[in-house]
Design a protein around this ligand. Structure first.
Ligand code: IPM
Ligand code: MN
Length: 366
């Protein structure tokens, strides 16, 4: 039986996870056979068991075929200074533990929503790009990572940007393989004009390209110029491959192109496990825990539900169901279902209402 670990986390997490559970239940009525377990992570885990990253959750993730993760963090835990105790440590811990180095963040503009973007319709209409973010290296995890007292009332903060060849090579390969299944174009972004890691990044991406990926077109851009191009003319891109920090920022930009951060799912994939033949995988929305609307039942569940869609595709090979789910989301939007974040002042549905609309559309397709 395919198994999923559900980690609802904080803020709107439990609401969008309940919505997603309804979709899993529906798929099970069609014979998908998913077994689900639940675990604690983030601030919710800190409150319940004193750590945002409980061993029990790691054990459950080890046992599951894939993890569905909602979001973590919020003002309630802002005062926690100790890094390992912050809600985000739960997410970062899982990414690192399972070496989920390839973070696929698609930005797709749903036709019904082209006017919800802050950019002109013609700039975003039909947009279909992927930000491929390196997820287990760079400044997120580099050591030293410290704040020290240096006397005279001064402190010094250090973060370290580190990349080894193998880390760049494996994400570059992932980018070329992804592009092959799409429009065959990769744009690599770094800051080689100021960073050594940018120099090595470009060199290794170039070398990897020559190792049998010449059929894919490869371009390079400095990450700042790339950010500008993403807003100026996003449709010029197919797959953008970049490091952990730039990927964090560029994927938020890409998300906003589509009209709402609430729309974007992501897949974080590790290497194939030789024992099971499966990739380690965690699926999560790109958006955060939205504490300002948490508990109100109005959050947009689309990014979380679409993350399940990515799990169907990448972890379980259920392409028919994944396509039907994507089409159901587009269908619900075509029908006019809008949560507040994408309503542009028009009539809205709540989280449950959006989920109802998606399930209704899904039922027409499966
Ligand atoms: C993301 C988030 C995380 C990140 C936070 C919650 C640690 O912003 O997944 O994009 O910075 O990677
Ligand atoms: Mn982010």
């Amino acid at each position: 039986m395919p198994s999923l670990l559900l980690l609802a986390g904080d803020g709107i997490g439990p609401e969008i996870m309940s919505a997603t559970k309804r979709v899993i239940d529906y798929l099970n009525t069609k014979g998908a056979g998913f077994e689900t377990t639940e675990g604690l992570v983030g601030g919710a885990a800190f409150d319940a068991v004193g750590t945002p990253y409980p061993q029990d959750t790691v054990d459950k993730a080890e046992a599951a075929d894939a993890v569905l993760f909602a979001c973590v963090g919020g003002p309630k835990w802002d005062e926690i200074k100790e890094y390992e105790m912050r809600p985000e440590a739960g997410l970062l811990g899982l990414r690192k533990h399972f070496e989920l180095f390839a973070n696929i963040r698609p930005a797709i503009s749903y036709p019904a929503l082209a006017d919800a973007s802050s950019l002109k319709r013609e700039v975003v209409e039909g947009l279909d790009i992927v930000i491929l973010r390196e997820l287990t290296g760079g400044v997120y995890f580099g050591e030293p990572k410290t704040i020290t007292d240096i006397g005279n009332g001064q402190k010094r903060a250090i973060d370290t940007q580190v990349y080894d060849t193998y880390e760049i090579e494996r994400i570059a390969k992932a980018a070329f393989e992804l592009a092959r299944a799409r429009r065959g174009k990769v744009t690599s972004m770094e800051k080689r004009n100021v960073m050594k890691s940018g120099l090595l990044w470009r060199e290794v991406v170039e070398q990897t390209h020559k190792q049998g990926y010449e059929d894919v077109t490869l371009d390079h851009m400095l990450a700042d110029a790339g950010a500008m191009q993403l807003v100026r003319d996003p449709k010029q891109f197919d797959v953008v491959v970049t490091d952990n920090l730039f990927g964090d920022m560029l994927s938020d930009i890409a998300a906003q192109l589509t009209g709402s951060l609430g729309m974007l799912p992501s897949a974080s994939l590790g290497a194939v496990d030789p024992k099971t033949g499966r990739r380690r995988a965690l699926y999560e929305p790109v958006h955060g825990s939205a504490p300002d609307i948490a508990g109100k039942g109005i959050a947009n569940p689309i990014a979380m539900i679409a993350s399940l869609g990515m799990a169907l595709k990448y972890s379980f090979g259920m392409n028919k169901e994944a396509d039907a789910l994507d089409a159901a989301i587009a269908g619900a939007l075509d029908e006019g279902a809008r949560t507040a974040d994408i309503a542009a002042g028009g009539p809205t549905v709540d989280t449950v209402g959006m989920t109802d609309a998606i399930l209704k559309q899904l039922d027409l397709r499966l």
